[in-house]
Design a protein around this ligand. Sequence first.
Ligand code: COS
Length: 385
Amino acid sequence: MLYPLTEEQQMIKETARRLAEEMIVPKRAELDEKEEFPWDILKEMAKLDLFGIFIPEAYGGLGFGCFENALAIEQIAWGCAGVATTYAANGLAAYPILLFGDEEQKKKYLSEIAKGKKLAAFALSESQAGSDAGAIQTTAAKDGNNYVINGIKQWITGAGEADIYVVIAITDKKKGTRGVSAFIVEKEDPGILFGKKERKMGIRASVTREIIFEDCRIPKERIIGREGLGFIVAMRTLDYSRPGVGALGVGLAQAALDEAIKYAKQRHQFGQPIISFQAVGHMLADMASQIEAARALVYAVCQYIDKKPKDFSKYSAMSKLIASDMAMKITTDAVQILGGCGYTKDYPVEKMMRDAKILQIYEGTNQIQRNIIAQALNKEYGKFK
Ligand code: COS
């Protein structure tokens, strides 16, 4: 469907698409096979100004919003969901600074992120704090003009490669989620170490590592917002970034559909191309319809967020939920249409199916998204009790 995009939006979309076609698609199988971090692609993204899309012009960005960011993520994910994860996770880590950082922090860190000079990573999860984000155990103790961080973060996208880390840690255990704070840690700070690199099923062009903080000492000015605001910083950040996961799902599913149609037109069985069989045609029709529905929702939610409403957690969760479940289904169906070929590494759809699975898990499992939506409904309809 032709969405009415402005000239700038069209340019962002086309720039990301061109990068995907010319640089990402030719390399994606190798990146996946070798679990290689795509530094050369990231350098090109920096040249194309793709890292600064939603960062204000005052901090070196392009000054657009969530929607334009989603347009870029979608096209990059059409090329490779692993590369798109690396790209989107950098944006995820920029949000806490953008939303809650002070002027100094924005000037220093956002401008480096916007220009692609430094990569950023968001460190919330721990081995015992995945869905239950409030159960983190990493601590940040005030010591004079410093905070001293101790603990282990797990499954952190970009860890080890990124230079800037937004770290969520406990500053006052007695206060529960109100005793949690957010900090900026630099890779060069003393006491930050990187643990094992996870060997993943998919999105293997992105890196996922543990981060170990051993008496990691940072200046007290690196706190984001104030003490006790960290849980809200993390939750708001996820509200902004989850539609990006939706966009990633839409791009990935579109790529799988494109492959399935191409194959169904050239593959002959019983003397005709398999696309002419109703069984295959109906599968393709369902796939195309579900992609358009998810795309419409993701775009609408992003445009709603860009109007800066007070609360949009429910819609953000819906866009992530619908588009990621859709991507899992469409990539699985694409493998089915390609049959035996689809199950081999000679065709890209098996990678797409492996890549899609994580979208239902990261940035909050889809079970958590349903909880968020159900909780919001309960609250909204409470007045009718
Ligand atoms: N925006 C602003 N504030 C929010 C918020 C949001 N989206 N979500 C929660 N809060 C506030 C609540 O209002 C509450 O504030 P008060 O203390 O003032 O009442 C506080 O945060 C605690 O909220 P809640 O009680 O709902 O927290 P829970 O511990 O029950 O956890 C969920 C809520 C499940 C939503 C949260 O833990 C979550 O999102 N988990 C998934 C984490 C995740 O996505 N991990 C992926 C890795 S990060 S890439």
